[in-house]
Design a protein around this ligand. Structure first.
Ligand SMILES: [Cu+2]
Length: 447
C-alpha cells in the first residue's frame, strides 16, 4: 500500500489547477482551485484531520479544502465551463470550478463544514445539499430557505456533516435550466471510524443527459425526453475512463442520477450488493445480490463487490439507446430490405447526413468513419482488441488485474486472455477442447 505521504504528493500535483479569487479576498475566503482537464485525477487523501480512503471521481476530481480553526472550508464557484464529452465533441455547459460535474466534496462524519459559493453565472443560483441532514436555512432552496445568490455574489453555507454516506449537490434556482446545463456534483461523507465500510477502491460518478444537436455546442435546456447524449460525469464512451482494479480488491461504486430518466446499470463478470443510498447505509441483512441495479432519478446507489475475476468487464446502462451517442431518432429499420446504393446516394445529396440503417442491422456503423457534421460523435464507436466495440454513451470497462499497486488507477491496457479461453470460430485451426458428450439416457420424447 502507498503511504499517506506519497499519496499527498501525487494528489496535489494538479497539472491544470489555477486559482481564482484575488489576494485581498484570500484571508477570509479560501482560494477556489479550478480544473480544466477531463482526465480522472488521483484521489485526494486527507492532509489533516481523521483518516479516510478518498474516492476516485471518474473523469473528475475532488475539491481541496483548508482548515480554519475546527471548520473545514471549501470554495465552490458556479460558472460557465467548456467540457469535452469525448474527443471530437465539446460543449458549453455550466458547472463548478471549471468542470461539469463540479468537483467531489469529501468530508468526515462529524466535520463542521463551511462552503463558500461564488456565483459567476449570468443568473442567480443556490446550492442544495441533496440527502444531507442539516438546519433548514442551509438547505439551499432559492426563495424558500434563503435568498437566491445574485450573479457576482458569494454566499456561505455552514453545517455539520452528521452522517457518513453518499450525497450530491445541485442548484435549487432555475433548476431545470441549471441542471440541464450540467450543474451538479457528488458530496461524500466518510465514516469517522476508517474501518467501517472500508473498501480498497471507491469510485463515484453522476449520470446526466443532454440534447445537443449535431453541429451545435449548447444543450437544449427545455428538452424533457428526447436526449442524445447519455453521460457519466459529462463524458461518454469512448471518452469515459476505465476503472482499474486489483484482483481481490473490495470495490465500491457510488452512482448518482440527475438525468430525467432511470438507468439500470449492469456489470459483467461479478455479482454485487447495493450497500447504500443517498439516505444512508443499508443494513447487511437487507442487501441482496444483483448484476443490474436500477438507479432512479434523484437517487444514489452505492454498490460493492470483491473483484475476483481478472478481465476487461463492461459496465453500462442496460437501456441500449443509452449506450449510443448523438442518436438519430429518425433512423428507419431496413433489416431485410435491399437498398439500392444509387438511391441512398441520391437521398444523401438531398438530405446531407442521411444514413439509413443497413439491411442486416446497424453494426456497419461502428466501422464506418463517415464524415459527419462538426462537433458531434458517431452513434457507436470505441475499439476493442478484437474489433469495434459498437458502444457509446453510458459504457465503461472494469479492468481487473493481478498485482495492481494500491494507488495505481492508470489504464492497465488490454486484458491478456489466457490461451484457449476466448470464444472462437470452430473452423479456426487453434480450436481445441473435448468434443461435447452426447447424453443418450435422458432423451426427451415428444408426447
Ligand atoms: Cu440509461
Amino acid at each position: 500500500m502507498m503511504s499517506r505521504r506519497s499519496l499527498l504528493k501525487s494528489a496535489w500535483a494538479y497539472a491544470s489547477v489555477t486559482a481564482i479569487g484575488g489576494r485581498a479576498q484570500a484571508a477570509t475566503i479560501p482560494e477556489a482551485p479550478r480544473m480544466t482537464s477531463a482526465a480522472t485525477q488521483s484521489p485526494s487523501p486527507p492532509g489533516s484531520g481523521p483518516d479516510y480512503r478518498p474516492v476516485v471521481t471518474l473523469n473528475g476530481w475532488s475539491l481541496p479544502w483548508r482548515m480554519n480553526g475546527d471548520w473545514k472550508e471549501f470554495h465552490l464557484v458556479a460558472e460557465p465551463v467548456l467540457r469535452e464529452f469525448s474527443p471530437g465533441m465539446k460543449a458549453h455547459l455550466w458547472g463548478y470550478n471549471g468542470t461539469s460535474p463540479g468537483p467531489t466534496i469529501e468530508t468526515v462524519e462529524g466535520d463542521k463544514v463551511r462552503i463558500f459559493v461564488t456565483n459567476r453565472l449570468p443568473e442567480h443560483t443556490a446550492v442544495h445539499w441533496h440527502g444531507m441532514i442539516l438546519p433548514a436555512g442551509m438547505d439551499g432552496v432559492g426563495g424558500v430557505t434563503q435568498p437566491h445568490i445574485p450573479p457576482g455574489k458569494t454566499f456561505v453555507y455552514e453545517f455539520e456533516t452528521k452522517e457518513s454516506g453518499s450525497f450530491m449537490y445541485h442548484p435549487h434556482s432555475d433548476e431545470m435550466v441549471q441542471m440541464a446545463m450540467g450543474m451538479m456534483g457528488m458530496f461524500v461523507v466518510h465514516p469517522r471510524d476508517p474501518a467501517f465500510m472500508r473498501v480498497d477502491r471507491d469510485f463515484v460518478f453522476m449520470m446526466s443527459a443532454y440534447r445537443i444537436d449535431p453541429g451545435t455546442s449548447l444543450p437544449q435546456v427545455s428538452e424533457m425526453t428526447d436526449f442524445n447524449i447519455w453521460a457519466w460525469n459529462s463524458r461518454v464512451f469512448p471518452g469515459i475512463d476505465p476503472m482499474a482494479i486489483g484482483r481481490g480488491d473490495r470495490v465500491r461504486l457510488r452512482m448518482a442520477n440527475l438525468s430525467m430518466t432511470n438507468h439500470p446499470i449492469h456489470m459483467h463478470g461479478h455479482h454485487f450488493k447495493v450497500t447504500g443510498t443517498d439516505g444512508g447505509w443499508i443494513p447487511e441483512a437487507a442487501r441482496w445480490p444483483e448484476s443490474t441495479s436500477d438507479v432512479p432519478v434523484g437517487v444514489i446507489r452505492a454498490i460493492e463487490f470483491v473483484a475476483e475475476h481478472p478481465g476487461d468487464w463492461p459496465i453500462h446502462c442496460h437501456k441500449s439507446h443509452h449506450t449510443m451517442n448523438a442518436m438519430g431518432h429518425s433512423v428507419q429499420n431496413f433489416i431485410g430490405v435491399k437498398q439500392k446504393r444509387e438511391l441512398v446516394k441520391a437521398i444523401g445529396r438531398l438530405a446531407p447526413g442521411y444514413m439509413p440503417m443497413g439491411q442486416s442491422g446497424m453494426a456497419d456503423m461502428g466501422e464506418m468513419a463517415m464524415p459527419g457534421p462538426a462537433n458531434t460523435l458517431p452513434m457507436m464507436s470505441g475499439q476493442g482488441q478484437f474489433g469495434p466495440a459498437e458502444m457509446g454513451g453510458m459504457f465503461s470497462l472494469i479492468k481487473i488485474r493481478e498485482g495492481l499497486a494500491a494507488n495505481d488507477y492508470r489504464d492497465p491496457g488490454q486484458y491478456d486472455y489466457p490461451e484457449g479461453t476466448v470464444a472462437h470460430d470452430v473452423d479456426d485451426a487453434k480450436a481445441s477442447g473435448p468434443a461435447p458428450e452426447r447424453n443418450h439416457q435422458h432423451k426427451h420424447r415428444l408426447p
